[in-house]
Design a protein around this ligand. Structure first.
Ligand code: PM9
Length: 460
């Protein structure tokens, strides 16, 4: 395993080009926030100093990736970059067949439409917004089978992404295996705080699903970060390279959807990868309806080339060690200020517990949305609500009230410095020190789908 002689997580790269940021005044931020309806998704990025909205499509590409962009083969059909990407996906992840898509949800749409019939049940290790929506739009119902520890921000269990096999078994007994087209398993469970699933749990799940003839479809958006935690925490893997752990994880599943905008270090891109020929055939046919020809799936040739190179960089031990190291640095700093965060610290960001931070604000006044707005107002740091707004409504129109009411401070890969991390922690601490004065929000506009993106709020 990596041991830097200089620093626990020093970056294995240097900066070649910089992007200038705009500094804003409190008055400017107040105005911008009001215009954005207190929703950080509706801020203009020009009004943001440090952008922690998401790690999706916001990472910095390497010189090699940029050089790869110049090798883009923009032929409509049969681009050489597609064949390169196909080779890398097979080699690094081990899945047999590849269908490129414009991003993760494109792949989720296709796999949900192919595998889910009306009335089907899709058990998963915690919901993700777009994933569950596509399952529901295809006629399925998501059922949460993650271990209880995942819903408790304080619980320090090292693998809070694990599946509770008893919960799964109850669903199989209740509905029958024929009603369960697949189990939806995310590595680095996003909504739980970037929490990993263990190899032992995946192996047990594989054995169970084999017995019952159920597929496992893997949301592999942040699989390399999950592999890092396996290397750090699971007995027997401390000497195994990240690349081998990633391949082992994938080998325990039947197919995957990927948002390459995260782990794979590109600004746009994704894919569906699958081992079954029949499912592949159907996906390859469907992609031409929703995304583009099966050798580009909504992407430019240059995007596929950058993705192929990004995948190879993403499974490098030094890269992933520094990436997660920076996240842990920020988390430890926040803990030292007494800020309540989800523990253990996850792979892609710090998740602040808004229920504990703002205990005087009830969940129907959106504590996490309120906190994200307050942090922006303090310093121009943009974060994202991951609570009751993100959870949305059930098919019957009732609100989901998730146990976790979090603000995600998501760290883009290879973008910000240690000094930026200090600014973020200090700003959050300032807001923490005046938390009693903060008032909740009311929602004044609610879109039908994925409301967190476009909802608008006003101060109460
Ligand atoms: N995740 C994120 O910020 C993008 C915007 S929020 C919907 O975390 C997982 C685990 C994701 C994810 C996106 C998608 C969808 C699938 N699975 O955004 O369509 O974290 O590429 O991927 C976001 P796309």
């Amino acid at each position: 395993m990596h041991k830097s002689p200089y620093h626990s997580w020093a970056e294995p790269y240097k900066i070649k080009m910089v992007e200038l940021l705009k500094m804003t005044s409190p008055q400017q931020r107040k105005k911008a926030l009001k215009e954005a309806g207190y929703n950080t998704f509706l801020l203009r990025s020009e009004d943001v100093y440090i952008d922690l909205l998401t790690d999706s499509g916001t990472s910095a590409m390497s010189d090699r990736q940029w050089a790869g962009m110049m090798l883009g083969d923009e032929a409509y059909a049969g681009s050489r970059n597609f064949y390169h990407l196909e080779e890398v996906v097979k080699d690094v992840y081990g899945y047999k067949y590849l269908v490129p898509t414009h991003q993760g949800r494109g792949a989720e749409n296709i796999i949900s439409k192919i595998l889910i019939k009306k009335g089907d049940i899709i058990p998963g290790n915690m919901y993700f917004t777009t994933t569950r929506l596509h399952q529901e739009l295809a006629g399925g119902k998501f059922e949460d089978i993650i271990i209880d520890e995942a819903h408790d921000p304080e619980n320090e269990f090292p693998f809070k992404g694990n599946v509770d096999l008893d919960k799964l078994d109850k669903l199989v007994k209740k509905y029958g295996a024929s009603k369960i087209p697949y189990i939806s398993i995310a590595t680095s469970v996003n909504m739980a705080g970037g929490q990993p699933i263990s190899i032992a749990n995946l192996k047990a799940l594989r054995a169970y699903t084999k017995k019952h003839g159920i597929r496992i479809i893997h949301d592999m958006t942040r699989v390399a970060e999950n592999a890092h935690f396996i290397q750090q925490r699971e007995a027997g893997y401390s000497k195994m390279p990240i690349r081998s752990i990633v391949k082992l994880i994938c080998s325990l599943t039947d197919g995957a959807t990927m948002s390459a905008k995260k782990d794979a270090l590109v600004n746009i891109g994704g894919f569906l990868a699958i081992n079954e020929w029949d499912v592949f055939e159907e996906a390859r046919n469907m992609v031409v309806v929703y995304e583009g020809l099966h050798t580009y799936g909504g992407l430019a040739g240059r995007d596929m080339e950058a993705m192929a190179i990004g995948i190879l960089e993403s499974v490098n031990d030094d890269h992933i060690h520094a990436r997660v190291g920076q996240v842990v640095y920020l988390g430890e700093k926040m803990i030292s200020f007494g800020i309540p965060i989800v523990k253990p610290i996850g792979g892609h960001g710090i998740f602040v517990d808004a229920k504990k931070f703002l205990p005087h604000i009830p969940q129907d006044q959106f504590p996490a949305q309120t906190l994200a707005a307050a942090v922006y107002l303090d310093s121009g740091v943009r974060t994202m609500e991951r609570g009751v707004v993100s959870a949305g409504r059930k098919a019957n129109g009732e609100n989901y009230f998730p146990k976790l009411e979090l603000v995600r401070f998501t760290i883009p890969r290879r973008v910000y410095t240690q000094a930026h991390m200090d600014v973020i922690a200090e700003s959050t601490a300032r807001v923490f020190n005046k938390r009693q004065k903060i008032k909740g929000l009311k929602m004044v506009y609610e879109p039908k789908y994925l409301r967190f993106f476009q909802a608008r709020f006003e101060e109460i």
